[in-house]
Design a protein around this ligand. Sequence first.
Ligand code: HEC
Length: 141
Amino acid sequence: MAYLRPAVLLLAIIILSFVILGRGSGNAAGAASTDRGKYIVDGVAKCAECHTPRDEEGKLLESEYLRGAAISVDAPPYPNLHWATKAPNIAGLPGYADEEGVRLLTKGINRNGSAPNPPMPQYRMTREDARAVVAYLKSLE
Ligand code: HEC
């Protein structure tokens, strides 16, 4: 039976390293998805352009990042267009459960079951990207 010992030891090491690596990558995945969410929000979808208020010179107020803002662009002259004049606070994504946020960003349907008015874009993100954006927004105060 002595010849079995190295095999058992090897097996134990393999199992242990899966457990340790599994735990490690779990943490990394959480941080990575928040990072990706920030990248999409700030670098790609530019949510702050509408959801952050501006100073008198039109510069975004960093201290009010994503806290809701007036839309300072007039509605285009199309009939039956319901142009929104305000973009709500989305820091922390108040009022939205994770899955509702994912639906908004993948299908363009808000938590009341309708499409938000323009100029809010109807995003068609992948689920993975939408989850990353939701995780990032929820990580904000
Ligand atoms: C071009 C301007 C613009 C951009 C860019 C924009 N939004 Fe909006 N957003 C709005 C406006 C305006 C509303 C309000 C719509 C309404 O009143 O129906 C809104 C509404 C919302 C709502 C509330 C929806 C509802 O009806 O409950 C959420 C959540 C939201 N935006 C998230 C985001 C996120 C996340 C991004 C970036 C990924 C983003 N928005 C980018 C303009 C914008």
